[in-house]
Ligand binder design. Structure first.
Ligand code: AMP
Length: 215
């Protein structure tokens, strides 16, 4: 089963994707993670996109489509979770074509709906285990007092994303409404869209998503 998690920054796409990887053996394809990796390993492409990402704007379609194209071959395990991709209509069309070329289909698009106020609160309080990627929140899920990650059990560094600040978040939200939210209508018209309440507790959202996936 191949699915898209669609939603604004801070909606919980990454958190839910990690759960689906664990429980359904799916493969998470996060273009944000791929771009951050390119940036930190200092590749030419990584250096090129660093400024755009810091400002919270979208990287070109050509770059992200290229990243996804590379990942669609090989072992697909329990299916792909597209996390943070597609973000424009052009990317959505490209994904349809790429999947068809691989003899694959897209089975569901899950929109995670969260209001803006909650997004600002979540993003400015967010940190991540540098070892395993587990996401923490200063208010609702603080880093354990013993400094050991609840997911991997290690005493890793807990990092904050450099674009998780109010200024860049404003641009990221605007990019979502202008460039990405038209995908809601696009997939609705194809009869593929389901919407879950992203404001609920993590476990409640997990259950809503499991329902959509027919578990
Ligand atoms: P994310 O981790 O999904 O919040 O992405 C972080 C940043 O990477 C975004 O603010 C964009 O600058 C860039 N990015 C990630 N995915 C895409 C995409 N599909 N299209 C364009 N830019 C992207």
């Amino acid at each position: 089963m191949n699915i898209i998690l669609l939603g604004p920054p801070g909606a919980g796409k990454g958190t839910q994707a990690r759960h689906l990887v664990e429980t359904r053996n799916m493969v998470q394809l996060s273009t944000g993670d791929m771009l951050r990796e390119a940036k930190s390993s200092g590749t030419e492409m990584g250096n090129m996109v660093a400024g755009v990402m810091a400002r919270g704007e979208l990287v070109t379609d050509e770059i992200v489509i290229g990243l996804i194209r590379e990942k669609l071959t090989g072992d697909t395990k329990g299916g792909f979770i597209f996390d943070g991709f597609p973000r424009t209509l052009e990317q959505a069309d490209a994904l349809t074509r790429l999947m068809a070329d691989e003899g694959q289909t897209l089975d569901a698009v899950i929109e995670m709906r969260v209001d803006d106020e909650a997004l600002v609160d979540r993003i400015t309080a967010r940190s991540t285990c540098a070892g395993c990627g587990e996401v923490y929140n200063d208010n609702t899920k603080p880093i354990p007092a013993d400094g050991k990650c609840t997911s991997c059990g290690k005493e890793n560094e807990f990092t904050r994303r450099s674009d998780d600040n109010e200024e860049s978040l404003k641009t990221r939200l605007m990019a979502y409404y202008k460039q990405t939210s038209p995908l809601i209508g696009y997939y609705y018209a194809k009869g593929m869209l389901s919407t879950v309440n992203g404001l609920g507790e993590i476990a409640a959202v997990q259950r809503e998503i499991a329902n959509v996936l027919g578990d």
